[in-house]
Write a protein that binds this ligand. Structure first.
Ligand SMILES: Cc1cc2nc3c(=O)[nH]c(=O)nc-3n(C[C@H](O)[C@H](O)[C@H](O)COP(=O)(O)O)c2cc1C
Length: 231
């Protein structure tokens, strides 16, 4: 490998390692030019048959406020939708996955000093999702409901490219499947067709590095734990 290529590889590894979910942002704007630059990188993501099934909606502060109000109103009225536009998590406990979900929740609330029984504080923290955690910009990625499961892989690849592009621009993000529980509110506020399924939101902004919520342990399996080599 040439020296230049090796340098690129370590730059890439660094980018992947630096990305983490950020859930508190500084009150500092992100320009439209920055968002366009990020999307211009992410659009290079591959997709089966080059279908490029992603649709992206870019929300500024005013629309974020409108959407937050609409979602808060439905949560107050009906609570979170059970299934929403799709199910993300197993319905029944399934080891080891549900244990990991529980651990992630524990890490989040521990970082914030929120106790196990403090239902009100947990609920308030969960609701922050719908304000994009105070980020100045948010994306909502939708998919045509008529597409097959394979296209959801493509959306995942797109979201990964997008997350890394955001970090490469000196910004931070949090992917937010939580918006999929409120597809009707999203479609209403953004004026989308009924077959636009909400896959994921993305909060984008400048990380508030001093906020405890942004200092959580990285928990990942080792390669030996998740990979099997078949000679
Ligand atoms: C597709 C996807 C959807 C997610 N949705 C949410 C969400 O709705 N709210 C949230 O706070 N975190 C969400 N996360 C963040 C995960 O909790 C986080 O990626 C995981 O705990 C690992 O932490 P890290 O991103 O800091 O490495 C989501 C992550 C992914 C990949």
């Amino acid at each position: 490998m040439s020296a230049d290529r090796a340098m690129d590889a370590s730059g890439f590894a660094d980018l992947v390692r630096r990305r983490r979910s950020v859930r508190a942002f500084l009150d500092r704007d992100v320009s439209r030019a920055q968002i366009e630059a990020i999307l211009d990188i992410a659009r290079h993501a591959p997709s089966g048959g080059n279908m490029q099934p992603w649709q992206v909606h870019v929300l500024g502060r005013r629309t974020i406020g409108d959407l937050r109000d609409a979602i808060f109103a439905t949560v107050t009225e009906r609570g979170h939708e059970e299934a929403g536009d799709y199910r993300y998590y197993p319905v029944e406990p399934l080891a080891p996955y549900t244990d990991r979900i529980r651990q992630a929740g524990h890490d989040l609330y521990a970082a914030l000093g929120i106790g196990r029984r403090d239902v009100a504080a947990r609920r308030a923290q969960k609701l922050k999702n719908f304000d994009f955690f105070g980020a100045p910009a948010g994306l909502l990625v939708t998919i045509d409901a008529r597409l097959e499961r394979g296209s959801w892989i493509d959306i995942g690849l797109f979201l990964n490219a997008l997350s890394l592009a955001i970090v490469s621009e000196g910004l931070s993000c949090c992917l937010q499947a939580s918006f999929s529980s409120h597809g009707d509110a999203v479609r209403k506020v953004l004026g989308l067709e009924s077959d636009a399924l909400v896959v994921c939101g993305v909060a984008i902004g400048h990380a508030d590095e001093s906020h405890p919520v942004n200092r959580q342990p990285l928990r990942r399996q080792t390669v030996a734990e998740f990979a099997r080599f078949h000679p």
